[in-house]
Design a protein around this ligand. Structure first.
Ligand code: KG4
Ligand code: ZN
Length: 356
């Protein structure tokens, strides 16, 4: 008796990742190459540089995942790959590589939506039935959706401007945290979380964005600009140059993290009430899933937990390494799609290869 086994490939942003997962959720093999450190040095992701790094690593990463799994590639049921959304140049590398492999191995191809994969990861680690609510917060995305099936999403809210992780990355850059001895190799969001532990969030007072908006949308540029102003004021007060570490950096990090958490909680609260009023979610024990890179933040998780406790819901988060981009979530989404009989392409004609 052979389980279904899927190879998943992810290159939508700045992680080259691959994994082999079986039908029961066993991770047979995985490999990942993160470009975070390189992009930290250039002050953000430069798409052609990301593309180049994906090209340099994709072969090795897929090979590592396959070797670790100890299966023969001929035992694969299908190859699943992120096709959107993401940086076009980055996506192209993964897609091109997979389509070549699909041709060589003569396997079905499963195109994966990156956000759908983030949303369904929880079903690999926990027994979660549809429907459930999902809050996806990362460097590129911010959305609240009701997940009613493997490919059935009701979008309830999204960011009107930038994503929360992007905002944290910009604040971290403005605070020059890359020069901070404790967090020089961390992503912006992780650096803010680390520093916030040593800070006082009551030192500054920032109002959460979209305070009166009667919907579930998000906004983060306002918070970023207010924070920029605080940083400028503090630089003057402390008499330091732009690019040096403020002595109040930890307090600023704590304030930004706290204000962001309040905003996320308020919008999610509205979504829970909306769904319960319309019987889209059960009145008791409804599940809220939080995922995406920013959901690996424990302060934000704790804030969401306070909300779910108060609304008779349950908060579930994938472990941090499955919250950030990875190949496992792509392979698992492939398994979900195979099981649901969805979106399997036996004929790869018509799918665009990487532009040369
Ligand atoms: O999901 P992800 O790996 O990539 C996409 O954006 O799709 O998320 C990366 C984002 C970055 O902006 C990073 O700063 C943020 O997630 N992040 C965090 C934490 N770890 C990563 N934000 C807050 N707290 C963290 N611990
Ligand atoms: Zn992601």
């Amino acid at each position: 008796f052979l389980h279904k086994i899927v190879l998943g490939i992810e290159t939508s942003c700045d992680d080259t990742a691959a994994a082999v997962v079986d039908e029961t959720g066993n991770v047979l093999g995985e490999a990942i190459h993160s470009q975070t450190e390189v992009h930290l040095r250039t002050g953000g992701i430069v798409p052609p540089a990301a593309q180049q790094l994906h090209r340099e690593n994709i072969q090795r990463i897929v090979q590592e995942a396959l070797s670790a799994s100890r299966i023969s590639p001929s035992d694969l049921s299908a190859i699943a790959t992120t096709i959107k959304p993401g940086l076009a140049l980055s996506l192209g590398v993964g897609l091109s590589f997979s389509l070549q492999l699909v041709g060589q191995l003569k396997k079905p191809f499963i195109p994966i939506h990156h956000m759908e994969a983030h949303a369904l990861t929880i079903r690999l680690t926990n027994k979660v039935e549809f429907p459930f609510l999902v809050l996806l917060i990362s460097g590129g995305h911010c959305l609240l959706a009701l997940v009613q099936g493997v490919s059935d999403f009701l979008l309830l809210g999204k960011s009107l401007d930038i994503a929360p992780g992007d905002m944290l990355d910009k604040v971290a850059r403005r605070l020059s945290l890359i020069k901070h001895p404790e967090c020089s190799t961390m992503s912006g969001g992780k650096a803010i979380e680390h520093l916030a532990k040593q800070g006082n969030r009551f030192h500054f007072d920032i109002k959460p964005p979209l305070h009166h908006a009667k919907n579930c949308d998000f906004s983060f540029t306002g918070l970023q600009h207010v924070t920029d102003k605080i940083i400028m004021k503090k630089e003057k007060e402390e008499g330091i140059e732009k690019g040096q570490i403020l002595s109040s950096a930890a307090d600023i990090a704590a304030t930004v993290q706290h204000t962001m958490a309040c905003h996320l909680v308020k919008r999610t609260h509205r979504a829970i009430l909306f769904c319960k009023q319309r019987d889209l979610l059960p009145q008791n024990n409804a599940v809220l899933v939080a995922s995406g890179g920013v959901a690996s933040n424990f302060y934000i998780r704790r804030a969401l937990e306070i909300l779910t406790n108060a609304t008779q819901c349950t908060l579930l988060c994938p472990p941090p390494r499955l919250c950030t981009d990875n190949g496992i979530m792509i392979a698992w989404n492939g398994i979900e799609r195979l099981r649901a009989g969805l979106g399997i392409l036996h004929d790869i004609e018509g799918i665009r290869y990487e532009p040369k």
